[in-house]
Design a protein around this ligand. Sequence first.
Ligand code: SF4
Ligand code: SF4
Length: 475
Amino acid sequence: MASDQEIQSLYEARKSIFPRSVKGRFRNIKWSILIVAYGVYFLLPWLRWDRLNGPDQAVLFDLEGRRFYLFDLIVHPQDIFWLAGLLMIAALLLFFVTGIAGRVFCGYFCFQTLWTDVFVQVERLIQGERPARIRLSKAPWSGEKILKLSATHLAWLLISFATGLTFVLYWGDAPQLIREFFTGQAPFAAYATALFLTATTYVMAGVAREQVCTYMCPYSRFQAVMFDRETLIVSYDESRGEGEKGRSRMGRELKTREQRAAAGVGDCIDCGYCVQVCPTGIDIRNGLQVQCISCALCIDACDAIMDSLGWERGLVAYTSEVSRQGGKKPRLMRPKVLGYLAVLLVAVGLLVWSVSNQAPYDIAVSQVRQPLYVQLSDGRIQNSYELKINNKMNRPLDLHFEVSGLASAELDMGRFSHVHLKPEQHQRIMVRIKAPASKHRGNAYPITIRALPEGATAKDVPIVEHPAVFYLPGS
Ligand code: SF4
Ligand code: SF4
């Protein structure tokens, strides 16, 4: 009967996690990466850069000017495939690193981890260490509780706002944009973006935290396919920690390793420090879990306990399944990892080659289709084309155009004999191609529009050819 059955909810409410602080080598590595990442992110928009033509901001995504400035590199809309290449390289790098050392990207480099780390540190500074924070969360509402929680959330909001505002500064001249932002003169998009990022940073790093890694991040779901038995994972040495009879706290008769060995218990003194420092709130002694972001803070915690007892470190350590089972050292460079590395190097090589061989200018040709052709009073057929020319150099460019592939064809640029572009200028021009109808009736002819540099650029700037089609009546 339904009424007699126990109704069990499938929903499990989130249990708040109050990570305890820990000191150690992995924590130091994480702090160093965090300082570098924050330094780069917050300071880069303020870095000035000398350019002959163009803004003096080292990194600027100029949407209006349709250019991305990355130090000495200028990325044009036509180079957008570099972005695709960059994303591919990032994915391959992720595969390569995950194949070697599991989810270390999550534990050390991911924005979510870096920002959550700072938010937890702020919480710790205002509310105290883990026991004090737990006490405060359980305490009834009081002046102190309201004050401490308000201060924490206010500090989180300020960091979130600084994060959102900094992101906006990459899309305009930073000193000018920040002035406009605080005087109400910045574009609406700047306020909307800053507000959106403030809200998402606050929610992700302050409220959702480990839930982002566990439930929202797709990487945590598919990372397992990149793992194999030799991938480095954070793991607990069960045989050492448990002994024959399991783990046991430090009792009066269980203080030395000899006493513990005699009693059949292992080296784990069940202090729970590894669980308390875990930012995702799991117990690594239960084996590899999807929530583990490989941050190694539990290693630091356990090492600190082992050091205080004078026992060797490594009860919790980076190891692999093969080492745990057979004591064999994992091979870092194995066929799968080497495969990732090979594809990664090819992708990096291609991108570097493409960037260093960037064309000094490019042209795009589009046919005017309304009308597709016209018949002139002298009987010739005329097709019109729009040419988009983009000078990517920081010096002027003079171009002359000609057409080939069509007998007796003439390229007409109206009152211009050639095109002059300033440094970094892009321009649209209309050209008309005229050809006698009698020789070509009834066909669509493939033609080539050729740009020939003139004057000072004639010697070292290449000729660019673009295919097009010439239409005639009856085609
Ligand atoms: S189990 Fe250890 S490595 Fe995994 S998330 Fe927790 S502290 Fe980090
Ligand atoms: S920190 Fe080490 S000794 Fe303490 S519970 Fe964890 S594994 Fe056991």
